[in-house]
Write a protein that binds this ligand. Structure first.
Ligand code: NAP
Length: 297
């Protein structure tokens, strides 16, 4: 098997988890605006360790394959920054939650470059510099965003990695998966953040009406966007996720608790924007997002 250089843009919980998961034949470089050129060791609580390179985000060294693992709000600017370094046939996989940055990234890439979108239910948490905790085993799907493409060496490496990613060749199925995750995030994350609850805390009668209404609203936007979401099936799916992750705290809940910037404006803001375009009353979600944003300060 050939060696593959993989740049990871966004060396946080998910970025380091992916770096540790890639097969040994991958040479991993972590890119961050504050990094200097060097090497470092990364590790997790399961005993995995790896030596990786570090480089500034705007380092001119060529990028053939990259994973973008920043939060949603940073994806477009990070991709813009690395554009001059991208090979003519570079592969880029975006792994953030939410909707919006996929199109922004696709708009600035050249026709020969391949943009993939990944959806993962793996879980990881940052424990300290270069150290993460693997908090949940899940599944990972990756596929093209706008038009079908032939998967390249990056996808081959991901499928061989401990993420055991699955290649989905149909862009409409990838879009469907992004929307499903978005609806689940919309139903669970802001409420857990606002009420400081683990995901399973929403299963009581007190919170059920709120997450049911949020799911229905998000499904209404999805359907207006031409995504064939089945509302009762989606409600069932949201409840299944709450039960399966009952003790886990959503990333939004954790961001609020730690006083960090949340992804609420990016993940839910795009849903609000699209809902408004279809003349759907998005006020309940708008109010919720602003309460989440304000509760963090
Ligand atoms: N963690 C999970 O379990 C999980 C699961 C599924 C999906 N996701 C999604 O994956 C995305 C990343 O989540 P995460 O938990 O890994 O977040 P995270 O731990 O905050 O990691 C984001 C990383 O990106 C870095 N960054 C910020 N701006 C950057 C830039 N311009 N260029 C390069 N790096 C930059 C951050 O650095 P600083 O810390 O210095 O800002 C941080 O290292 C989110 O959209 C999240 O919803 C996460």
């Amino acid at each position: 098997m050939d060696e593959l250089q993989v740049d990871i843009i966004g060396p946080g919980a998910m970025g380091l988890h992916c770096a540790l998961a890639l097969p040994a034949r991958c040479q991993v470089t972590l890119r961050h605006p504050d990094y200097r050129e060097g090497t470092t060791e990364i590790s997790d609580d399961t005993g995995r360790r790896r030596q990786v390179r570090t480089r500034p985000l705007n380092d001119p060294s060529r990028i053939a394959a990259a994973l973008v693992t920043t939060k949603a709000g940073r994806v477009a600017s990070a991709v813009q920054t690395v554009l001059p370094a991208l090979d003519a046939e570079a592969e880029i996989l975006l792994l953030h939650n939410g909707l919006g940055p996929q199109d922004q990234a696709a708009d600035c890439m050249s026709p020969g470059q391949r943009l993939y979108v990944g959806i993962t239910t793996e879980g990881a948490l940052r424990e300290g510099p270069g150290v993460i905790r693997h908090t949940g085993r899940g599944s990972t799907l990756a596929g093209p965003w706008r038009t079908p493409v032939t998967p390249g060496p990056l996808i081959e490496a991901l499928c061989q990695s401990s993420l055991q990613a699955h290649w989905e060749p149909d862009p409409s199925q990838v879009r469907f998966a992004v929307w499903r995750k978005l609806i689940i995030n919309c139903a669970i994350n802001p409420l857990t953040a606002l009420h400081n609850l683990p995901n399973g805390g929403l299963l009581t009668d007190t919170y059920r009406p709120a997450w049911v209404a949020l799911t229905q609203l998000a499904c209404q936007v999805a359907r207006a966007e031409g995504i064939r979401i089945d509302v009762p099936e989606m409600l069932e799916q949201v409840e299944t996720v709450m039960r399966a992750t009952a003790r886990n705290y959503s990333s939004m809940q954790q961001d609020v608790q730690h006083g960090r910037e949340t992804e609420a404006p990016q993940i839910l803001g795009e849903l609000i924007r699209r809902g408004r375009q279809h003349s759907i009353d998005m006020q309940p979600l708008e109010e919720l997002v602003s309460r989440v944003v304000n509760s963090g300060h």
